[in-house]
Write a protein that binds this ligand. Sequence first.
Ligand SMILES: *Cc1c(COP(=O)(O)O)cnc(C)c1O
Length: 398
Amino acid sequence: MANRRRFLQGLSSLSLLGVPASVGRAFGATPKRDYFKELNIRRFINAGEPYTALSGAPMLPEVVQAMEYAATQSVRLSDVHDAVAERIASRIGCEAAMVTAGAASALGLGTAACMTGTNRQFVRNLPDTTGMKTEVIIQKSHRYGYDHAVRNCGTRFVEVETRDQLERAITDRTVMMLFYNRNDAIGQIKAAEFVELGTKHRIPVFNDCAGDVPPAENLSKFTKMGFDLVAVSGGKGLRGPQSAGLLLGRKELIRAARLNGSPNSDAIGRGMKVNKEEMLGMMVAVEAALKPDQETDWREWEKRVKLIADSLAPLKAVKAERFVPDITYRVPHLRISWDETAVKIAPPELIRQLSEGEPSIEVRSSPRDCVEIGVWLLQPGEAQIVARRIREILKSAA
Ligand SMILES: *Cc1c(COP(=O)(O)O)cnc(C)c1O
């Protein structure tokens, strides 16, 4: 039996190498039924980022176990909501927390919370904002696609650039101040000063940190800094359920956010439903992120970066350098660039060939003059495959 299993696993790694195998298993545990194969859906190796359009990050095995555990058991949802929130808040060290249907959902519910407070009539009225404050102050350089989630509640952005402009923009219609963590470096008002201004004028300050874990310390950094609300994605760096996220922050605001969300039916957030599976999955993902031996993961990522870099070393015109992004996914990555007079292929063409090849590989969205590889979402054995495919393509272009 054990031999047979080893034999089947051997076959499936052959199928990854482009050798057809009758066994469909390529990723994760051997499924009883190979759904993606059955549906002719092509899998890929994620050597990039947990983009939503690429179905996010592969979930941690312990997250899958927690979700599977919850799936067949009946419990009262508010019991799970309360207990999981309390556990998450105490692990992270913030006042309160709630599991949402993603970071965008957390942005929407947090904004609604600032607008309605615990006024139940207001909760029922949204998106009719009569009687509510509706202006959200944001730095011009912090406008981004996901701010639509904030506008969904009927708010209007007031854009500012300097501290002085921000203070003058505050009126009795100001309901919230929004900060986009990833753009901290390009805004004139930095995180701590933004918080200071919100506190001074008694305006709730919200930080969108959706993709900024790892490092795990970012889970608590911004509520500690004084942000009243923080949004985090569950299915990005946390490797929890892709359709989940976290809203962290002040107790009274989280209470108001809960009123605006599911299971309450007469609420703007009813469509952002979260069930027990995501709640338990999210809790376990947070526990995993805060586990004591963080260095083990880091060492493994370094090993993978080195493995890919080393395999490219014989190609003299190719440069492979390790780097760590400044804010989002602050873990070891690899940047590959080359002299295009010696290796006659443009970086976007390498990316295309990796994606269309066998097995299919997706990388980070990279600048035009290089290819950036993420190694932290790779499953065991995949770093070797990524290394081999990149070497093959570059070598044949040399
Ligand atoms: C991904 C992302 C979101 C949305 O997160 P979901 O968990 O997919 O809802 C919001 N804000 C930023 C900055 C993001 O990167």
